[in-house]
Design a protein around this ligand. Structure first.
Ligand code: DGT
Ligand code: CA
Ligand code: CA
Ligand code: ZN
Length: 598
């Protein structure tokens, strides 16, 4: 088992012990051990082999054996037994925001709460509100957390959906019966979360394709299997639909099942205005379509048809691509990310669609962490990984001291890190240039965690909110704006603090923050972590038109997270951004000039 996996297990052990009400010293030994292991700079295998694990500060004798066992065998009897000794329902309660192991234990001991259902009942009956240390506000929060949890479980973060879709698409394309295969739906449109996967295949022999799809590895349950349509549930709970269509229908079907629904409605209206009917089956003359089912407003009939109502009739265009469909309706090709009925049809009509940013336009990233704070890779490892991705520069912005839970750097450690970065650049070890930044906490009153003298020594400065999330919208907005007015600030990190499908954004007036960024010439980050994608794509188009500059940042806490910048690029595309709107589409020299380092 790798280091990250072992860290997760140690943290889980600490939580389980706390659920059981064990000795606090014992609990702390595991949480400290997890943290110590996480920030271990040397290779864990080498440390174990050298018999030096016990010398690592924070890792005691009992942990040495357990870490070694996990490293070597992937299993730990102590953990398996511990997990089995706690009711599964209680472990599930840990997922509810605001409920830690201490509170869960108390709910269990006093009210007999052992599951989400019994917790919900206890909250609704008012018993939780009466409990010492809980109160009505806490009970309401718990109920909201339970409701969110259900909504969250129905969707999946884009990155996870994408990772699940890639092997399925590859598998489909390998089948000899398959002429073309694509994934449509919200995944193709680059939505931040995805409900289900929608695969589309062009073939004249669907049978073997259905068989492969429903029996592939990773299928937990086949929910439907028909001649040309099947649905499965995958091991992680994600649902996937597959439709097989004749090759001549493929691009019509792909366009239809890519959506969005609103975009489709507008496209069908446009077809109707031209005496045409557009559907997943093709584009046909309306007067020939006797069984026409489209209503005037472009909405479809309620019950979708199973059989092509056009029979052998020839569509008015033989679409060899989606572009041919748009062309038939006098439109330029609209990339899937823009198909949300947010002005893309008007822009495509007037030839005014933006030339969207691509992965290749990115020359570096700014907001990343190392083992100096809560990252899992060292400065050198991160730099190597950035260089391997072809980046010209890598910005390191570790946490500042107020984020003590993330081992934030104080003034002294920051100074040492800056020196280390300068020395690394001077050494010529990497062609990738490291920029010395910091992710400075915006304190509750809007002041920053470092004073000006310290901020001046940085190449650039990201500012973010990491605590006091429950301020009123007004106070939170003022707090962030005050930080943006600060002379030495370069950019605002993760504007709303949301964690997709996990934590709601804090209350903040986004338009006002955008105004302040514009007024003060500051950048707003597009945090590209698949959990964040913050600032939301819905705000970018208008903000960029007004001149707001974006920085796409993976907020990487490990080398394999640098690639998350791609999720940021996709989200930026969804926000209509071109490379001119984004600082990291500039080459190193121009970035240095922007940062006043040129
Ligand atoms: P999701 O799965 O909830 O993340 O969102 P989508 O957009 O992938 O939606 P989904 O899977 O229900 O359907 C895929 C696409 O198929 C959708 O974006 C547009 C098209 N579509 C599905 N059902 C309808 C419908 O009832 N009317 C129209 N106009 N289009 C539909
Ligand atoms: Ca879908
Ligand atoms: Ca679907
Ligand atoms: Zn942060």
């Amino acid at each position: 088992m790798d280091k990250a996996g072992i860290v997760d297990i140690l943290e889980s052990i600490a939580e389980l012990l706390e659920l059981k009400g064990e000795n606090p010293f014992k609990i702390r030994a595991y949480s400290n051990g997890a943290r110590a292991l996480e920030s271990l700079e040397k290779d864990l295998g080498e440390v174990i082999a050298a018999g030096e694990l016990g010398e690592v500060k924070g890792i005691g004798k009992a942990l040495v054996d357990k870490i070694t066992t996990l490293y070597e065998t992937d299993e730990l009897e102590f953990y398996t037994k511990l997990k089995a000794s706690v009711p599964e329902g209680m472990i599930a309660l840990l997922d509810i925001p605001g409920l830690g192991p201490k509170k869960i234990k108390k709910l269990h001991d006093t009210l007999g709460v052992e599951s989400i259902e019994s917790l919900q009942a206890a909250c609704e009956s008012g018993k939780v509100a009466e409990l010492d240390g809980f109160g009505k506000k806490t009970a309401d929060n718990i109920l909201r957390g339970i409701a969110n949890r259900e909504a969250y479980a129905a969707r999946h973060r884009w990155w996870d959906a994408h990772e699940a879709a890639v092997p399925i698409l590859e598998g489909l394309r390998k089948l000899k019966e398959v002429e073309q295969a694509e994934a449509g739906g919200s995944l193709r449109r680059g939505m931040e979360t995805v409900g289900d996967l929608d695969f589309l295949v062009a073939s004249t022999t669907p049978g073997p394709i259905m068989d492969w799809f429903t029996s592939q590895e990773g299928v937990r349950e086949v929910t439907a299997k028909g001649e040309t349509k099947s649905s499965v549930r995958l091991d992680d709970g994600l649902q996937a639909d597959l439709r097989v269509v004749p090759p001549e229908q493929f691009f019509f079907a792909l366009h239809h099942f890519t959506g969005s629904k609103d975009h489709n409605v507008r496209m069908r209206q446009r077809a109707l205005e031209r005496g045409l009917s557009l559907s997943e089956w093709g584009l046909f003359k309306t007067q020939n379509d006797e069984r026409r089912t489209q209503k005037k407003d472009g909405e479809e009939e309620k019950k979708p048809r199973q059989v092509n109502p056009h029979g052998d009739e020839k569509p008015v265009v033989d679409a060899k691509s989606e572009a041919d469909i748009f062309k038939a309706l006098d439109l330029r090709y609209i990339p899937p990310e823009l198909r949300e009925d947010r002005g893309e049809i008007e822009a495509a009509e007037q030839g005014e669609l933006p030339e969207l940013v691509t992965d290749e336009d990115i020359f570096g990233v700014f907001h990343n962490h190392t083992t100096a704070s809560d990252g899992r890779a060292t400065l050198d490892e991160m730099t190597q990984a950035a260089q391997d991705l072809g980046f010209e520069y890598l910005g390191i912005a570790d946490h500042s001291k107020a984020s003590f839970q993330a081992s934030g750097l104080d003034e002294e450690r920051l100074a040492a890190q800056i020196e280390k970065i300068r020395a690394l650049n001077d050494s010529g070890k990497f062609t990738c240039r490291v920029l010395a930044g910091s992710e400075v906490d915006i304190l509750k009153d809007g002041t920053l965690d470092f004073d000006d003298g310290v901020l001046k020594t940085l190449d650039y400065c990201v500012v973010s909110v990491h605590n006091a999330f429950s301020l009123s919208e007004d106070d939170m907005t003022k707090r962030i704006i005050k930080a943006l007015e600060h002379e030495h600030v370069t950019m605002l990190g993760h504007l709303t603090g949301r964690l997709l499908l996990q934590r709601e954004p804090y209350a903040v007036n986004i338009p006002k923050v955008i105004d302040a960024a514009l007024a003060n010439g500051k950048i707003i980050e597009l945090n590209a972590s698949p959990w964040r994608l913050d600032m939301d794509w819905r705000f970018w188009k208008k903000a960029a038109e007004r001149g707001l500059l974006c920085a796409i940042n993976p907020d990487a806490h490990a080398t394999d997270q640098l690639k998350y910048y791609r999720a940021g690029v996709l989200t930026a595309r969804k926000g209509w951004l071109t490379k001119d709107n984004i600082l990291n589409c500039r080459k190193l020299a121009s970035v240095l000039e922007y940062l006043g380092l040129g």
